[in-house]
Design a protein around this ligand. Structure first.
Ligand SMILES: [Zn+2]
Length: 369
């Protein structure tokens, strides 16, 4: 059904994602937030630790997390379990406008100790993407299987984050592609089996470790029967869910401003019809090109690049926008984020993000911060 078409043109890899064109027209309705009540989109939030003594890049303090939950409880949000949002989007069922899903990656202990009681207090469901080897070997700082089983009774769902939390794109040189793909499949299927054996939970939901994937990996994950979730920001709709790498908004100590949280939690997907971009992983200093075709004219698109602020957006005919940063992207993971004001709704934005990965100048992979 959904395909990513790769075209190699000399040294430039052009990727066209045509999946937008291949879905029934019923999902390409006019602005889904128009009536302010029902919609066909949601926002998925992503957290790691809820703690103050863990690495800032993967942590949010309990105080700020409480602030997020208070906003969700008091400012007109609906918090759904992930399976409910997935099913509603896939079945074209209405979703209340401002519906949010809460997810945690890795299965850190602070979720059981700190986050789950705060969520249970408010009756908010949540999903934990578990890297099962860490639980199996009782790694300090991670939950135990008993703690994970207890979460199910507190509104939790458990889903797949591989066994070992490996970098799935970093195939060692001597290993053939087919062997590597077999290893990846074992990582994913074994994690699902361990979760099922230990807890009875069995969902075909998969979060990419580090939020890293390329077109080939996304296609594999989809072929293996999973819905993939990334860490590039943005709201989600049926098309993005079926793309194999649904967006989630990551939160950590760098993004703890509550107004920033309001903007993200209330965001809508960009009404995308087609997307072209110049690659997933780069080995050289490049300024990636991104071309977004919207369903219809919605006003002016603003885009930003990690560490560069606002970047060039050239509007063309037929609702086509060409987006390109001012300078080469940095080594490591970075993003272009694009936003478009929602007509008639002050302070709300359509939000779309494209993630890039750039290797070090010697061709080796960057270190994790
Ligand atoms: Zn992770």
């Amino acid at each position: 059904m959904v395909r990513t078409v790769n075209q190699r043109c000399g040294q430039v890899l052009l990727l066209s994602v045509f999946l937008w064109l291949m879905l029934p027209t019923t999902v390409t309705a006019a602005d889904p937030a128009a009536d302010g009540n029902s919609a066909q989109h949601g926002v998925i939030l992503q957290y790691h630790h809820i703690a103050e003594d863990t690495p800032p890049a993967t942590s949010l303090s309990p105080e700020v997390f409480r602030g997020h939950l208070d906003i969700l409880a008091r400012e007109g949000y609906t918090v759904w379990p992930l399976p409910r949002l997935v099913q509603a989007l896939l079945d074209d069922k209405p979703v209340p406008d401002r519906t949010v899903v809460i997810t945690f990656d890795d299965a850190y202990e602070s979720i059981a100790k700190t986050a789950a009681p705060m969520l249970q207090e408010r009756g908010f469901p949540f999903t934990v993407f578990v890297s099962t080897d860490y639980v199996d070997r009782r790694q300090p700082g991670y939950m135990t299987w008993q703690q994970l089983r207890d979460l199910i009774h507190q509104g939790g769902n458990l889903a797949n984050h591989t066994r070992s939390h490996l970098h799935m794109l970093r195939r060692p040189e001597p290993v053939s592609k087919s062997h590597w793909h077999k290893r990846l499949r074992r990582e994913v299927d074994d994690a699902r089996q361990r979760i099922r054996e230990q807890t009875g939970e069995d969902w075909p939901y998969f979060a990419y470790p580090y939020g890293e994937a390329d077109g080939e990996l996304v296609a594999l994950i989809r072929d293996w029967g999973y819905l993939g979730f990334g860490q590039q920001s943005g709201a989600v709709d049926k098309r993005l869910l079926q793309s194999g790498m649904a967006p989630r908004f990551p939160f950590n100590e760098m993004y703890k401003d509550l107004d920033d949280f309001r903007t993200k939690a209330s965001s809508l997907p960009l009404p995308l019809q087609e997307e072209e971009f110049s690659g997933w992983v780069f080995s050289e200093a490049v300024i990636p090109e991104l071309t977004l075709t919207l369903e219809d004219h919605r006003g002016s698109l603003n885009c930003f690049a990690s560490g560069q602020g606002a970047i060039r957006v050239e509007a063309q005919d037929n609702n086509v926008y060409q987006v390109q940063a001012n300078q080469p992207i940095p080594v490591g993971r970075s993003r272009y984020n694009c936003t478009l004001p929602v007509a008639g709704q002050q302070g709300r934005f359509h939000w779309y993000s494209r993630m890039w990965m750039r290797k070090k100048p010697d061709g080796s992979w960057y270190a994790e911060p």
